[in-house]
Design a protein around this ligand. Structure first.
Ligand code: ATP
Length: 902
């Protein structure tokens, strides 16, 4: 059969592994050659699913027309044309177009940033090419690739299993079946539904247990998932609670405006104002009152926040996570790799009664024994190396001084130790072939493999490694300098004490055991011989101590939850300041199930900062206990079994480097470099964003309300210098939107991490902030009208009130006082003005500069000047405008200082 037709066979499950290997010209041991893989990639294309995303921009554009603001503007345009106010009509139409364009641009940007973030979370796959195990981007997989996949990984192409160990796959994405199904390599009948094809792996499913080798048969759109992609619609982007809150607020404002319009309308008719004038006022009011920028700026602030977090190596998968982060008050973190560097190195070896500290050089080519350098010659050490090589799913290759590795860092460290001892892991793998495996799981904390000798027959070797107390359960003898001896309960306690002593120095301890037998046993974990224990060093990450201190200042508790030894956990917790000396570590074995917890158990859980030997299920229980206390919990996790706890937590955080794809899928947030410090900077960002949204909402509302008040006062008192609709549009578009945007995307947190987290029910605009909005807008209204009065008293006392200059003074004072008011948008009233976050934010100054430029341009450019009804303004009037605008900021600042408002 021609090579290229492997993907056309169809019934792969009904063909043997050998046949599949043959038709795909794949060596079942060495895989494809790199050249062949490149040729096939050129032929078959990337292994990715393409969705019809290009319709998105059009949808975004159409969505703009559903905004009530646009609809209101539409009505205003029609009314203007109806009353033959052509200029107003066209101008409002222009504004409508401009608003749609701005709305579209902002939403499109937000959409693009999210797309960019999606692309950042690339899924990797492990393949064997040219006989070498390597990690590649899953989109580079080709039909015929020999794939290795294990527990926690996402299947990235359709493949026929040729060898499986206790394999279980969660196929719910494809079949809807919620329980993981067992998989193997046995031949199946041709006519069997997809859900029954137990020797196949399908793209998009997850491996929940075991591992396997498989040959890729289909990639990209030819996979079962690819075929479905056309039918399955992408889940609709749901609005975040914050966006919802802002939308509700905007809707409320529209109703308030309509109410006001009706009131003023009736009032004006009562005064006998001509209907056309009243309608004009109504149009002016409708455009003045609605803070049209609100929803869009909110989305933009959130998505900008996501991008900023991405720069800190945090990928936020859901927009809503950004705001939950701001309220987080407990972080439950694991230890290995998050708090520690995950640069795991073999540092201590205990073989029999001899123990020695060792140092392996960076390249993994030599090993320095600090004491007892006779250990390498002992039988126990030989077994330690053999177990390390055989009971291992990682790979480590040394080409000269260049090392390439993939897999669990702990297992890589063991392979490195073998290399440094002058041996090669492949030598062991060539002597033995693996016939069975009990994969490592966080629940059992043990991994074991059964091997058949290729040289001696019949000879089987059982290799096991795992947590000391768990491996000891399976041991009945121990190997030391004098050979094998019985291992009773007393000796086991002695070994546990040795492990505890080393763990107290911060080492991660692992025990190694073996058995040699002449027959293959289905259940082989018994009567093992302990070969020794190895201690791994994994120093704390830089910056974690400071980050934990920052959390404490910010009212956030940090709890360490680890599967590791309690003493190792305690050592690291003390170093980092998570625990205090004398504080007890809670052991998983002493944690009762959630439904049996008494009040005192709960109190004890809540007091504890370090939990050790904890199972993934207990993690979930701990989240529940914390949530029962109304805490907002961020929880890190990396294993398959951590997925439920990640989902249960308010913020599930998965690890980008170490985490399984299952965990990443379940999480709301992924840490690209696994670092704890990134969580803290994400929380900081979350708080900044919430604060920014608050600031621009207050700013926009106080501006809009002051416009409304000015218009209402002019209308009610029949003042002849009323603002024109176009002037209001100008103010809204130019002077309000730009500073609001600058506030929305600002990144200055200042002392934001020195106060307590927001309770979840915190409103964007609470009573205190509503008061502030009213006070600010009253001040702006008063100073604006004050400017007109002053000008009349000082400069124009002979002029009639309908002189256009009054209108212009009103217009420009409103512009500048609103513009300068942005400088008051800081909640730090106790520090000097020039030191506030807003004052030091360059974006604010750019927006102020830009707005002043545009406002002055409107004064100089003739057609604009005419449209806006602007006449010549004397220097004296300009002085009054400026003076009153600065006065606004000063008065509000004094009010804030006097703590009348925030
Ligand atoms: P954390 O949750 O902080 O990352 P952890 O990584 O130590 O903790 P697990 O990975 O569940 O938690 O490991 C628990 C214990 O299982 C370890 O302390 C170790 O003794 C043992 N262990 C870890 N990795 C392996 C492995 N690859 N093979 C055998 N045993 C292992």
């Amino acid at each position: 059969m021609p090579l290229s037709h492997i993907e056309k066979i169809g019934n792969y499950w009904a063909l043997s592994g050998e046949t599949i290997a043959k038709v795909s010209s794949t060596d079942p041991i060495r895989g494809l050659t790199k050249e062949e893989a490149a040729t096939r990639l050129a032929k078959h294309g990337y292994n990715s699913i393409t969705t019809s995303e290009n319709t998105q921009p059009l949808l975004i554009l159409l969505r703009q027309f559903t905004s009530p603001f646009i609809l209101l503007l539409g009505v205003s345009t029609i009314l203007s044309f109806f009353f033959k106010e052509w200029l107003d009509g066209f101008a409002i139409l222009m504004v409508m177009i401009l608003n749609t364009a701005i709305g579209f641009w902002m939403e499109y940007q937000a959409h693009r940033s999210m797309e960019a973030l999606k692309k950042m979370s690339v899924v990797q796959a492990r393949v064997i090419r040219d006989g070498e195990m390597m990690e590649i981007k899953s989109e580079l997989l080709v039909p015929g690739d020999l794939l290795f996949a294990e527990s926690g990984e996402m299947v990235t192409a359709d493949a026929r299993i040729i060898n499986a160990n206790q394999l279980q796959v969660d196929e719910s994405t494809l079949t809807g079946e919620s329980f993981p199904v067992d998989k193997g390599h046995n031949l199946l009948p041709e006519k069997i539904p997809l859900s029954g094809r137990s020797n196949m792996l399908y793209k998009g499913t997850f491996i929940t247990k075991g591992n396997c080798f498989a040959i890729v048969v289909n990639t990209g759109m030819k996979t079962e998932l690819g075929k479905l992609a056309g039918i399955v619609q992408q889940a609709e982007q749901v609005a975040t609670p914050l966006e919802k809150k802002v939308r509700i607020l905007s809707k409320k404002l529209i109703w308030i405006t309509l109410g006001l319009i009706v009131a003023i309308f009736t009032g004006s008719i009562f005064y006998g104002t001509p209907v056309t004038t009243v309608l004009k006022i109504a149009i002016a009011l409708s455009v003045a009152a609605i803070p049209e920028g609100l929803p869009v700026v909110t989305t933009l602030a959130l998505s900008f926040g996501m991008l900023r977090m991405a720069r800190h190596n945090v990928i936020v998968k859901k927009l809503s996570a950004v705001e939950t982060l701001g309220g987080t008050n407990v972080i439950c973190t694991d230890k290995t790799g998050t708090l520690t560097q995950n640069k795991i190195e073999v540092s201590l070896i205990q073989a029999g009664s001899l123990s020695a500290r060792v140092r392996i050089n960076v390249a993994g080519t030599s090993m320095h024994w600090m004491e007892n350098n006779s250990i390498p010659g002992t039988a126990a050490y030989a077994h330690l190396c053999r177990i390390s090589a055989l009971c291992n799913t990682a790979s480590y290759q040394l080409n000269g001084n260049e090392a390439s590795a993939s897999g669990d860092p702990l297992e890589i460290a063991l392979l490195k130790m073998i290399h440094a001892s002058g041996m090669k892991p492949v030598q062991y793998q060539q002597q033995f072939s693996k016939t069975d495996e009990i994969p490592f799981s966080s629940e059992t904390r043990v991994m074991a493999t059964l091997h058949k000798s290729k040289e001696q027959d019949p000879f089987y070797y059982i290799a096991a490694k795992g947590a000391v107390e768990d491996i000891l359960k399976y041991c009945s003898s121990v190997l030391d300098e004098n050979g094998k001896s019985h291992l009773g309960e007393k000796q086991k306690e002695e070994w546990k004490a040795i492990a505890t002593k080393h763990a107290q120095s911060g080492f991660r301890m692992l025990a190694f055991a073996y058995r040699e037998t002449s027959k293959q046993e289905p259940s082989f974990m018994h009567n093992l011989t302990l070969a020794g224990i190895i201690g791994f060093s994994d120093p704390p990450r830089a910056g974690v101590t400071e980050a934990i201190k920052e959390c404490k200042n910010a009212g956030i508790r940090v709890i360490m939850i680890t599967g590791d030894h309690p003493e190792t956990a305690k050592n690291i917790a003390l170093q980092l300041g998570i625990a205090t000396p004398g504080e007890d570590v809670m052991l998983g074995s002493s944690m009762k199930p959630y439904n049996q917890l008494t009040a005192s158990d709960r109190a004890q859980w809540l007091r504890t900062s370090v939990f050790a030997r904890v199972s993934p299920e207990q993690k979930q229980h701990l989240v529940s206990v914390l949530q029962d206390e109304k805490m907002i919990v961020a929880m890190t996790g990396d294993g398959v079994n951590d997925a439920p706890a990640l989902k249960k937590a308010d913020i599930g955080i998965a690890m980008g480097l170490r985490g399984t794809q299952v965990a990443r899928e379940a999480a709301d947030m992924v840490l690209k470099d696994d670092a704890f410090t990134a969580i803290v900077s994400a929380i900081r960002q979350g708080r900044i964003i919430f604060e920014n949204i608050r600031k621009f909402v207050i700013f926009l509302l106080s501006c809009n309300l002051s416009e409304l008040l000015v218009i209402a006062i002019c209308a009610l008192f029949n003042l002849p210098f009323q603002l024109f609709p176009l002037q209001i549009l100008f103010i809204n578009f130019i002077t309000d939107s730009m500073p609001a945007l600058a506030l929305g995307v600002s990144n200055s947190g200042g002392s934001i991490m020195q106060r307590k987290p927001y309770p979840p029910e915190t409103l964007i605009i609470d009573r205190k902030r509503w008061t502030a909005i009213f006070v600010y807008s009253f001040v702006i209204t008063a100073t604006t009208l004050g400017a007109v009065a002053t000008s009349h008293l000082i400069l124009h006392y002979n002029d009639k009130w309908n002189n256009l200059v009054y209108n212009n003074i009103l217009f420009y004072t409103l512009i500048f006082s609103q513009l300068f008011q942005v400088l008051n948008m800081t909640f730090k009233r106790d520090i000097p003005f020039h030191k506030t976050d807003v004052f030091r934010n360059p974006a604010i100054w750019y927006s102020i500069g830009g707005c002043i430029g545009l406002s002055l341009a409107a004064y100089w450019i003739m057609p604009v000047k005419r449209i806006l009804g602007i006449t010549a303004i004397s220097q004296g009037d300009w002085c009054i405008i400026l003076l009153y605008s600065i006065l606004t900021v000063a008065i509000i600042r004094i009010i804030k200082k006097m703590k009348i408002t925030i």
